[in-house]
Write a protein that binds this ligand. Structure first.
Ligand SMILES: CC(C)(COP(=O)(O)OP(=O)(O)OC[C@H]1O[C@@H](n2cnc3c(N)ncnc32)[C@H](O)[C@@H]1OP(=O)(O)O)[C@@H](O)C(=O)NCCC(=O)NCCS
Length: 164
């Protein structure tokens, strides 16, 4: 499977990354390496030829209470108290590169990767935490469904499969 991103490494230039959301800038500039080293998250980068980070996303293993997902989805998965899921924790594009389709490409790349991983380590859905209502609208365009937790959305892995 081909991906347009690669795992964060030392040659990526990220000190000037700025997407308009400070927490996402601080994450990639200062916290991301530690997350990769400790395996708390995979941090995947789209960079230009010189290594400048144009965009990134993170993936982590996660779970959500089964009672928080809609009944019609719950009926189709094994009856556990919590469901194994994949968290798409952060997704951000540098301001220089926004509005050119890169956000969409990275989201598809992330879903592709999450699906591939779920073939070996079970995961019934991809979860995202939208920072604000704009981000929520961005994810809803791709079929993500809002959960009762404010700002949290999910996409069943079965739906992810139909995107490719
Ligand atoms: C949200 C974000 C990732 C979108 O990246 P982008 O490269 O500008 O988006 P694209 O150019 O690929 O646009 C894809 C689609 O999303 C829409 N879109 C873009 N930014 C959006 C936003 N902030 N809110 C809602 N929809 C948005 C576009 O209109 C486009 O839809 P269209 O094809 O129907 O016109 C980017 O604006 C960003 O990094 N924002 C700050 C961080 C953030 O909010 N991250 C998401 C939550 S963690």
């Amino acid at each position: 499977m081909n991906f347009i991103t690669e795992l964060l490494h030392a040659d990526h230039k990220r000190s000037r990354f700025s997407c308009g959301e400070e927490s996402l800038d601080v994450f990639i500039q200062k916290l991301a390496s530690q997350h990769v080293k400790s395996r708390a998250a995979g941090v995947f980068i789209a960079a230009d030829a010189g290594g400048r980070v144009k965009g990134y996303y993170t993936l982590s293993a996660d779970s959500i209470p089964a009672e928080s997902v809609p009944e019609d989805f719950r009926k189709k998965v094994p009856r556990y108290e919590s469901l194994p899921t994949t968290l798409l924790g952060w997704l951000a594009i540098d301001l220089h590169d926004q509005g050119q389709g890169l956000g969409e490409l990275l989201l598809i790349d992330a879903l592709h990767r999450a699906y591939a991983i779920s073939e070996q380590v079970g995961s019934a859905a991809v979860i995202v935490d939208a920072l604000n209502s704009k981000a929520e609208a961005f994810y809803q365009q791709y079929g993500f469904i809002a959960l009762p937790d404010r700002g949290r959305l999910f996409l069943p892995m079965k739906s992810v499969k139909t995107l490719f």
